[in-house]
Design a protein around this ligand. Sequence first.
Ligand code: GMT
Length: 377
Amino acid sequence: MKIGIICHPTYGGSGAVATELGKALAAKGHTVHFFSQSIPFRLGTFSRNIFYHEVELKHYPLFECSFYSLALASKIAEVAYYDKLDIVHAHYAIPHALSAMLARQILEDKCTNAKCFKLATTLHGTDITVVGADRGMEDVVRLAINKSDGVTSVSKYLKDETVRMFNPKKDITVIANFVDTSLFFRSPKQEIREQLGIKSEKIVIHISNFRPVKCIGDIIRIFYALTERIEATLLLVGDGPERSEAEILVREFGIADKVRFLGKLDDIVPLLSIADLMLMPSNVESFGLAALEAMACGVPVVATMAGGFPEFIVPGVNGYLLAPGDIEGMTEKALLLLSDHTHWLECSKACVLQAKQYETSSLVEQYEAYYTRLLEE
Ligand code: GMT
């Protein structure tokens, strides 16, 4: 198949899933064209089957905006026409699905096949729960959903939310996030601890784009409570709007020497491999890819009951789930995992087993079957 993938290039789950999907499809012999504003952060490879089309932003003096969606539509139309794309797969409903719709209209008179390409849209979460919930954006998100030939969501939770909020015309297929366990596995290296200046203390980790939904303040509060009982270091990987607030809180609590802001690192396996616990106190999380990747590396996760977490985190077996904002509850479960090594070991093994249920190869097969269905319709 010839597949176009539109994704956000920035540090975040939807870009990661789209890019890993495209790489896996290319490895299976499909031709994959990526469309993005800049090179997706996980692409980092080249192959005869992978093409990358940077969408160039035009700045005109008269306008304050840069018309990304329009430039993207022109680019998709051009590539779809000349490279004869079968499928265009938009990751994140807006603006990506809308740009693909426009590309189809551009091609209307040129294509022998009325639709040129089939449009698949994957809903990742905040396109529905945050942007879609904004009354000013609701109708365009609904249009993006209803005009796609097929819509998938990354969890059952997100499917239910989408049905509740938008009552879409077509059924939504759930295809979960995935992890490549041949790359994400526990392989602890002493030198990583040494490089970070960490001795024998426990390591707590969080990875995200520090958006308000991630509740970074709660992570600092939980970690502060932990340090009153045990020796620990907190590794914060990623960056984003809540970073400054987090730093202020860390200073106020007097724990700056125990908290490391590491920035947007691509290679997270070495850090996950030395981590004892991941904290994910999000108040909205459609799936939680970072948690799945941590589990593949044997790291139990203390998360919230929000969104998709309950679909793969089983309390007491491979992690714990508490209500959003329940700092005390999350601290207590974190302490339980960090102070009872036998329990930690059992959870860690269960995490690895659970992650194998979300192996890249099997989820990529689901996407291939999905594309085939769309093409046959
Ligand atoms: O918030 C993020 O981590 C980024 C966000 C995105 O839109 O890129 O991630 C969303 O998509 C991921 C991949 O499907 C999911 O694993 C995340 O749970 C989801 N984030 C939220 O729902 C907040």
